[in-house]
Structures are given as C-alpha cells and as structure tokens.
Design a protein around this ligand. Sequence first.
Ligand code: ZN
Length: 583
Amino acid sequence: MAAPGNGLGPTAIEKGKGGWADWLAPTLILVTPFVNFLTFHNYGLFRPESLLGVAIPVGLGMSASLLMTLWPQIRLPFLPWVVLLRPLVIASAMVILVDFQTGLKTALIGWMSGIFSDGEQYGAITILTFGIVFLLFAAISYALKRNAGIVFTTVFAVILAAIIILPRNIEAQRMIRESDIALPAPATKRSDLPPVVHIILDEQIGLEGIPDDLPGGAALQTDLRDFYIDKGFRVYGAAFSHYHNTADSIANLLNATVRHRRLQFVTPSVFGYTVTENAWLDRLSAQGYRIHVYQTDYLDFCGGKGHRIAKCTTVPATGIAVLEDLEIAASEKAALLISKFSNHSSFRGFGMWLSSYLSGFRSGVEAPSMAEPDRHQQVSLGAAWAKIAAERLIDEFGKVEPGTAYFAHLLLPHRGFILDENCRMKPDLESWYNLPSLGLKSGQRLDEASRQARYIEYFKQVRCAHRVIGQVLEALSRSGVLDEAITIIHGDHGSRIAGLLPLQSHASSLTRTNLTDSSSTLFAIRSPDIPAGYDSSVRSVQALFAELVYGRPIDDERAVVFLTPREDGPDAPFDEIPFPGFE
Ligand SMILES: [Zn+2]
C-alpha cells in the first residue's frame, strides 16, 4: 500500500504540477525559432548580441513558467470553467513558434488553403491555421497532464540539439560559397584572347538620370562623367533599361534581345532565379575563355546550361551575418537581429496591414503614403555582402591572365543604403534607408521627402560602388592588361527611388521623373576598338550591349519602358509606354 505524500500521491496529481520540466518547456519552445534563425544565417550563437537576443524568448518562457507554477489553474469571472494554465501556455508558445518558422507556417497555411479555400482569403486562412495549432497543442497538453512539461522539454531539447549540430543543405543557406570547377585544359593556349571584365552594378542610375536638383546630385554627375572619360571609357549618359526588374533586364541583355514577356531565360531558384539561357557566357565559353562568375544567391548564372564556368563565387543577396563585423554596440546589434527576426511574424504583417488600412481610411481617398517608411531594422544588408564580393574580385585582378573572362553581378549601389562613400557600414543606424520598392503596390507612392532622403544616402553608395570600380581598374592596370582588356560596366535599371514605379496599374500617372528614377541606368565600355568619350543618345542598355559587344542590332530599337503587368508571373505579357528621355 502506497504511503500518502510520497510525491506520486493524489495531491500532486490533482494539483497537476510538472516540476522542473514546467520551467523548461515554454522556454525551449520559444527559443527554438530564434536559434534556428541564427544558425540558418551562420550567425555566431555565443556572440554577445545573440545571447542578448535569446534573453527575450528566455524571459518570456520563464515568465510563463512562473505564472503556471503560481496558478496552475484559474477561474475566469462569469465563466463556469476552470482554465488549466499549462495547456494554455504550451499552446500559445507553439502558436508563436509556428508564426516564426516561416517554412513550417507556409506549409501549414498552404495545406489549410487546399482544404478550405482555393488560395483566396489568405488572412482568414492564416488565423484559422493559428487557431487549429492552438487547439491541437492545448488538447495534447491537456491529455498529457503533468507529463506535458516533460514531453515538450524532451522533444524541443532534441530539436534544438539537431538545429545546432546537424549540417544543413548548403544551397539553402545565406553564406558565401566558392567553387572551383576543374575544367579540361583548352586545346590551345588562348593567350590571343583579351581579358574580358563585365561588371553589373545593380540599381546604378545613369548619369543623366541622376537628379541634379538634389543635394550632391550635380557633383556626382560631373564626377562620374569625368571618372569614366578619364579612365578611357565611352560612357552613355542617357542610357536606360527597358525593364525595371533585375532578372528581366539582365537576362534580356545577356541574350541580346528585347522580349515582351516577363521572366524569359530564367527559372525560379531558392532565393530568386537561375539564368538558364545565357548567350553571352555561351559565346565566351565557345571562344575558349575561362569564366569566373561573381554573383548573388538572388540571380544564379552558374547553374545555366551550354557554357562552362571555371570559378563561381556566390554571396548572399541579403543576410545578417555581415553584422558580426559592424562596429556598433552589442545591444544595437541585438535589436537589429530581433527586428530582422520579427519580420517573419504574420502578426507583425497584420499590424502593418491594419495601420496602413487605418491611415488610408483616415485620409479618405488617398492611398497610404510611404512618409513613415520602414525603419532601419528592415534594411537589406546586400550592399555589405556586395562589398565582400568586390574585395575578392579586386584581389583576383592582381593576377589577370589573357583568356580569362570575369562576370560580376554586384548588389551595389543597390538598396538598403547602409554604406558610406568609403564603403564602410554607417555606424549611425538612423542613416540606413530601405527602399520599399517591391512593397510599392498599386497606388502607393513614395513622397518627395522620402525620395530625397533616400537619394542622399544612395549617392554615398554610388560613390562607394565607383570606389570599387576605381580599384578594379587600378588592379587591371597593375596587371598590365587594362589597355588590351574589354571592360564593360553597366546597371540593370534606375535607382528605383521613384514616386511611382512603372507598373501597369500606374500607366496613366507616370511622370518623366518617375521613369528616369526607375529606368535610367549606366552604360560604360572600354575597349581598344571604341574611342573614349561621352555619348548622349537615348539608347537601351540591351541595345548598346547587342551593338557594342555582339556587333549586331537588337530586335527592338524603340525607346520604350515595359510596365510590370497586373497579373504578374512568368510569360505575362508587358504593356509598354514611351521612354521620354531626359530634360
Ligand atoms: Zn536590379
């Protein structure tokens, strides 16, 4: 006969106390998504800012444990039932976990929409999904009684250990990847082939598109013009791109064509697109060049077919690991990490939707403006990664050999605007700016004050990009190959710091300034066959590349800008409007 009060007696079971495990379960559940976020980004788990960040879910979890230890059950006023706190706490923690595990959440919501709707009602399906997760885990915890703490502690201890210890799919990670591909030696030594250096500066506006009415604009315009002419380039100041989307612009340019549909020559990849058809690399490959690619994981040029690439360096298009080297206080880094992490939450999106809905409602007809733009915490860190790619590129130019072609797509001077003119990450985070271009949905506009504030920071990043180009040219010059090399430097679209973007839904409201902001882009080329100087003809970069590099006219010479269709997606047909040129 069991003696009463031995710890397993009826009193303990009735009270439902779970002991030590109740102090661990909520914390382990809440810590898991943040640890997963850090390891996904290869961010040091034991850095001060990581530990500060982890303190938030730990604090939340411990508070929840304290509550359920003090009041295992509560009686709500006016309600007949007693509420057991443990199932409530564990189910809430599981809802938070699902909310921050984007992959899991997307899968669950996708599954639920398959059952309950045909892709409509995304908000309602999201809320329903969270409701079911809550009820499911509340029921499981209720059924497990005081063992719930032990079960959830064990499960999440194992999951956390697996996250920390197990290797991950390298393709799906935000990290630098470098691959040397062993190619068979070319049949003949191709020392007759001049080196080719082709650098795409993403989001680099053209010289005539630089708004010279804004502080620093006119000086930048003059400096860039002098820079290129002085270095022996022919620079096309009035060049523009038919496309304001990166993949469309670059894929058409490389294939020397102007397609009238979205997303030709590319297929979707983990973080963006793979350029599957690339006539330019095919041509270099066929001529016998050894090709070195420097790219981002947003747009992959190494996964295409038809050409051989000797070396492929990939940096993340965005990702937090570059913050490790930023010289600001650990507490500020922790705030940035938490804020980046919180971008994953649907509740945050719901709050933003609600506030934009309410502000739109208050102002009557006007759609919400971007006067209160997203704060520095949401800024993409792609430019800091681009700087790392650029440094590797410059290193390599110390030993350039004939027969080698370098193709680099740098997210410079691309948003977010985080670098100063010397390419250092600005320690004053208030001067970091994002460009919510892809969030500029139909009807939303960037107001003039926001546009100006962004341009001032963008100009610094443009100067940083050209500091990099200057170093590239110096390195080529030191290698003794600058004069024989073919060097092509161009952008893929404008700064896109535009009041309105060229979307089909904006067709009737677009101004000349909107179009130069989004479509004016740089084109400069240096080759023994092309005289240095300045050319002010209004030509697309796609047409210039076809003519100057392939030596043939493009299939569509008209100065038009394509408008992103309302029903966007691969093969969606473009509408177009004339590109009006410059004042
Ligand atoms: Zn771009």
